[in-house]
Design a binder for this molecule. Structure first.
Ligand code: NDP
Length: 241
């Protein structure tokens, strides 16, 4: 029987590649999204992966959304916390709303999604939680005090929860992508991309969403059972820790 996987923000960008990668690896995938029905329905039609709308920044919505997925597909054994937003601005211009929106989605979203599935994973003695953080949570980034704080928090969440899950057969890991060629990054003017971004990346190109998806598929697998509390830096050599 296929394992059930939820991918938050699983209908676009990196999350869409993760949903497809897990489906191709044999998982029964549910792709969550926030509100872009048009993209989500196009993704569902194209891939056959069911989509579920709820806001990961709201705890009760996560409880209800996960209950619906479990009623449709079965107990969640793999959770990929991928949903994320940016509200970039210099700190002196950052509003309290810019701060809380980003923290609530990118950091509190991990609590909201993981807490409801955790007891079931403990009871069954198996689970995989994979958190998509960011290179900017590792190194910091001007204009992203909110985002870098949330993404760094994701790494603390990962390392702490990994210690709690280890004896119960649950692994908790993080992936820190660098510049990935999603719509957002591809929309950057070519001159900026060629002169300011690519020179920062030793391999000389953007990453592909599928390269992050393959990391997720590995971490979700039985082969990765001895890896927990780890961070995979997938950034083309841009930053080492
Ligand atoms: P996109 O903006 O392309 O897609 C974001 C997805 O998350 C969408 O499906 C969106 O839903 C969903 N989402 C946003 N907010 C919520 C919410 N509150 N509740 C539920 N779903 C939500 O993102 P990317 O593919 O670029 O990024 C994916 C992850 O990777 C993020 O965590 C990001 O921080 C991280 N990352 C990305 C990098 C990059 O280069 N792109 C680099 C490093 C890290 P909807 O379509 O409905 O809006």
């Amino acid at each position: 029987m296929s394992r059930v996987a939820i991918v938050t923000g699983g209908t676009r960008g990196i999350g869409a590649a993760i949903s497809v990668g897990l489906k191709e690896a044999g998982y029964n995938v549910a792709a969550n999204y926030a509100g872009n029905d048009e993209k989500a329905n196009a993704f569902k039609d194209e891939t056959g992966i069911p989509v579920y709308k709820w806001d990961v920044s709201d705890y009760q919505s996560c409880v209800d959304g996960i209950a619906k997925v479990e009623a449709d597909l079965g107990p969640v054994e793999v959770l990929v916390n991928n949903a994320g937003i940016t509200r970039d601005t210099m700190f002196h211009k950052m509003t309290p709303e810019n701060w809380t929106d980003v923290i609530n989605t990118n950091l509190t979203g991990l609590f909201n999604m993981t807490h409801p599935v955790w007891p079931g994973m403990r009871d069954r003695g198996f689970g995989r939680v994979i958190n998509i953080s960011s290179i900017n949570g590792q190194k910091g980034q001007m204009g992203q005090v909110n985002y870098s704080s949330a993404k760094a928090g994701d790494l603390g969440f990962t390392k702490s929860l990994a210690q709690e899950g280890a004896a119960k057969g649950i692994t908790v890991n993080a992936i820190c992508p660098g510049y990935i060629g999603t719509e957002m990054v591809r929309a950057v003017p070519e001159k900026v991309l060629n002169e300011r971004i690519l020179p920062l990346i030793p391999v000389g190109r953007l990453g592909e969403p599928e390269e992050i998806a393959r990391c997720v598929v590995f971490l979700a697998s039985d082969d990765a059972g001895f890896i927990t509390g780890s961070t995979i830096s997938a950034n083309g050599g841009q930053y080492f820790i």
